[in-house]
Design a protein around this ligand. Sequence first.
Ligand code: ADP
Length: 611
Amino acid sequence: MKPNPGSYAILAALVLFSALAAQVLGWTAFGRQIDQYAYDFVFRLEQPAPWQASSIVLAIDNRTLTKYDGLTGIRAALADGLDRIAPAHPAAVAVDVILAESQAADNQLEAAFARIHNLVLSSDMQPDGSQWEDPIPRFRKYAAGVGEVHADLDKYDAVSRDLPLEKAAGIDRRWTLALETLRVVRRADIVESPEDLTIGPERIPARDRDRDGRNLRIRYTPLKMGGIPMVSVANLDANPSLSSRFAGKVVFAGVTAQTATDRWMTPYSNGVIMPGVEMHANAYETLARQMFLVDVPLRTAAAVTFLFALAAGLVYAVTSGWIANALTLLILIAAQIVPAAAFAHSVVWPWMPGTSAVVLASASAAAWRHLLVRRRLARAESEKIRYQQTMQFVSHEMRTPLTAIQGSSELIGRYASMPEAKRRQMADLINSESKRLARMISTFLSVERLSENGAEIKRERFPLRDLVERCATRARPLAENKQIAIEILNLPPDDLVGDEELMEYAVYNLLTNAVKYSPPQTRVTVSAEEERGDRVRISVQDQGIGMDKKEVARIFEKFYRTRKAEQSGEAGTGIGLAIVKQIVNEHGGTIDVESEPGRGSKFTLVLKRAS
Ligand code: ADP
């Protein structure tokens, strides 16, 4: 089965539409959400090799809070904890506790801060986003930096997958706590460019997305590493030797107790929530170890989405059945592998567009194929019926001369004493009928010859006038039966080049059609005129039943007959014009039809004339 160019164009449109729809689907809230789940899934699948964490969490946990009289004891607990770890000389201490107002234990905390090298304090944004809640000056003066701890969770499922690297309250900007801590640890300035940030030799690939700012996808420590190391203040109190674990580390100090409000879900958490301070420590690990996850450029993802749709469409253009299904499955698997493989190379690739492109394109291509097959079947069925009718007609047509020949020859044989005149008449009849039979057979053979692809046609030279005269003579008996006049107008003295026999078939067919499909007492006119170049236009015009545009568009189809033609009672097979067109095409010519229902038709052959 070979689809025509038109149906390929439809398939191409379907593929393009599927790719576009898949891309757009990926941008909807639904698509983004599914992509986030897919992200979480590969995140859990692709655990990086464990590493030695450079950070540690100093936790104010449930036990610590119980010991220090609940939330009011946070500053005292923090001060004790810092006092215990100071002798171990941590590389830096980032404090994830908002210290924007004075409280009872402030003296003790201030004294603890004074002993800490590389202290980084926190600032949170006021709920209306207008101002920062900065640490009070008595603490601020010990801090080498202040980072912000405002969390932007996923709008839909509140999972913490990424973190804004900077936030602005009005024009007042702060780096996120982890980045500010890294700046302090590296003792270098942060240099900004539209594509990234750099601290000394380290580059952070975080594009400035205008209103959305710069983003960092957090590479949470894998489960098999057991998360970021954590020691609580209560444990330190009970076992002071634990302080050695803080030596040279970057400490993130904050509340981990369940009563703390900033606790987030992560791709790993599976329902278990992570304290904010641990999330900041994870962000620090991501930055310090350069474990960045960057988004694939939109153009690349869109191109691959299109390729997936194209591949799924092509499958149904060239195969069908089980092979097509199997190939589609392979493409679908490829659409799953691409995001996973990209993730393995630290590139985040959206899952939704690729997969939905394959599903949409293969579903529409399969439907396309199904409709195509059904249409072909219907057409083949009706062609078969018409072919059978043709065979009946042909055998009927041949039987008429055969019966005449048979009857006449029997009569001659039976009656020896037949009058000479009668005998002559019968002999003439036998002669003319056998010639008719021979002509019919030769026409059918010519047609057969034409339909054999690549058959060579003859290239002889013959006068146009003779051809037209001969056809008119042959058609006249038919015309006279209906009192139709065949008129030949000014024919130029040109010669045509080609197969004379086939050309005669074509012109004769137009003439007999004109006679067949015209009412009695009308006129059929044959005319010809030279055209510029080496062409000649031969027209056959009648005053017959005519056709509308839709009918004209179909008359060159094999076996097609108009309803009016069928009702006219004229015998026909609907194959003549198909053959005429084929003959004209083989001769490098064209055929035009002008027709109007009830007013008549004009068939014009445009052919090459001999120079
Ligand atoms: P047939 O005459 O055997 O039906 P053709 O292939 O010669 O087959 O013509 C196809 C159809 O085109 C005809 O059945 C008829 O409906 C239409 N047709 C052809 N010539 C004319 C004409 N001169 N006027 C009106 N209809 C025509």
